[in-house]
Write a protein that binds this ligand. Structure first.
Ligand code: HEM
Length: 209
């Protein structure tokens, strides 16, 4: 009985975590439907999908430090899902840009790229996210073995590329970029701290032996 109850709660938790990241897309679609996206709906859609791509990437990066610092293990089950959602929002972000800003006019692409070079950095980030998404399954993880871990370390340069992508867009107010930068600094800094701690422990053990 208790086992069945905990299984049902597990399912419920999975569905809640699965549906939550879809809420911003639902909200955006609803507001587009009722013409409530402000003066420049195209820009709003590109911005919002970009913001959720970065939010979900930062959430993915936060899961390991959460486990190490707060001994919180359950979010680990959802790391792959959050990473895939980040890729999903980044793909919708690109699609929105190509549809609403570019209008699928490839002749405008060069002009856009010279006016907004930060797009190239964002595109590189998205390009690198794709192999991580494709190899995120357990089967791929098994097949690639140690190389899987090496490949998935790409998430660090990707996060830096995304940071460059948004910093390059600063015109006057940089509050948002500062917050994302501080969070990323903390997430990468804590990983570096744990890495150095582990390395020191191994070196001490080797010296003692
Ligand atoms: C081919 C890939 C990409 C293209 C073409 C692209 C394009 C753009 C454009 C045109 C904007 C500015 C919208 C405007 O102000 O009019 C923007 C903003 C943004 N992008 Fe991207 N992007 C790409 C990849 C990414 C990726 C991979 C992420 C995150 C994972 C991302 C996150 C963001 C964020 C957060 C903003 C808003 C920045 C702010 O609030 O000032 N983008 N992107």
């Amino acid at each position: 009985m208790a086992k069945a109850k905990s299984k049902a709660l597990g399912y419920l938790e999975w569905w809640v975590v699965f549906l939550l990241p879809l809420a911003p897309l639902g909200w955006l679609t609803y507001n587009a439907w009722i013409f409530n996206l402000g003066a420049d709906p195209a820009q709003e859609i590109v911005l919002e999908t970009g913001v959720w791509a970065i939010n979900l990437l930062w959430i993915t990066l936060a899961i390991t430090p959460l486990r190490r610092v707060f001994k919180l293990n359950w979010p680990l089950r959802y790391r792959r899902m959050m990473g895939l959602y980040s890729l999903f929002y980044a793909a919708v972000h690109l699609l929105a840009f190509a549809t609403f800003i570019l209008g699928w006019r490839w002749d405008l692409l060069l002009k856009e790229l010279s006016e907004r070079p930060y797009i190239i950095v964002g595109a590189l980030g998205l390009l690198l996210l794709i192999p991580l998404g494709v190899t995120s399954t357990r089967g791929m993880q098994r097949r690639l073995g140690r190389n899987w871990l090496k490949l998935h370390k790409l998430v660090y340069p990707i996060s830096l590329l995304v940071m460059v992508h948004i910093i390059w867009q600063i015109r006057s107010d940089f509050g948002e970029q500062l917050v994302y930068g501080l969070i990323l600094g903390f997430l990468l800094g804590s990983r570096m701290y744990f890495y150095l701690q582990r390395k020191t422990r191994v070196m001490r053990a080797a010296r003692a032996a």
